[in-house]
Design a protein around this ligand. Structure first.
Ligand SMILES: [Zn+2]
Length: 157
């Protein structure tokens, strides 16, 4: 359930205390980020968001689910998917589908950027959109709304 208003949230300040994550974003900071995005901040959502905005690095839903089962205990895959769709809908994270992967990956970086796939480790690295210049000659009637570019290669030591 997504609430667009900022009022009316029942804040559970006991369970959402001053706990600080290794990623640097406290639960309270994550909580207000969720509220800013119009997401009702349940404890489960705060923890998932804390993981996605911090430690997680372009995770798949499966990786998120594995993490959630370990860290949050009983949680269904459906709940994980629902939470991810809420986060995407509210602009907290975005999803990418790559031709080399049969799974969607989730990204907390919201600006327009590209990815470099390290073909050895399959790890994704962010590439700033400013590092690319494209010269394209398309027929005038082709109106580009979006384009995706994936770079593949190895990373030298
Ligand atoms: Zn990215």
């Amino acid at each position: 359930m997504v609430k667009k208003t900022k009022s009316g949230f029942k804040k559970n300040t006991d369970s959402v205390s001053n706990a600080f994550s290794r990623s640097g974003m406290s639960m309270q900071e994550v909580e207000s980020k969720l509220v800013d995005h119009g997401i009702q901040p349940s404890l489960q959502r705060i923890k998932l968001a804390q993981y996605l905005l911090g430690k997680a690095d372009h995770p798949t839903a499966e990786q998120i689910y594995t993490w959630a089962q370990k860290e949050l205990g009983k949680i269904s895959l459906a709940t994980v998917y629902n939470t991810l769709s809420t986060f995407i809908e509210c602009g907290l994270i975005q999803e990418f589908k790559f031709p080399h992967l049969d799974q969607v990956i989730y990204d907390c970086r919201m600006d327009h950027h590209f990815h470099f796939v390290d073909t050895k480790s399959q790890r994704l690295h962010d590439v700033d959109s400013g590092s690319l210049r494209v010269q394209l000659k398309l027929p005038k009637k082709f109106l580009v709304e979006k384009f995706d570019i994936v770079f593949k290669g190895v990373i030298e030591d």
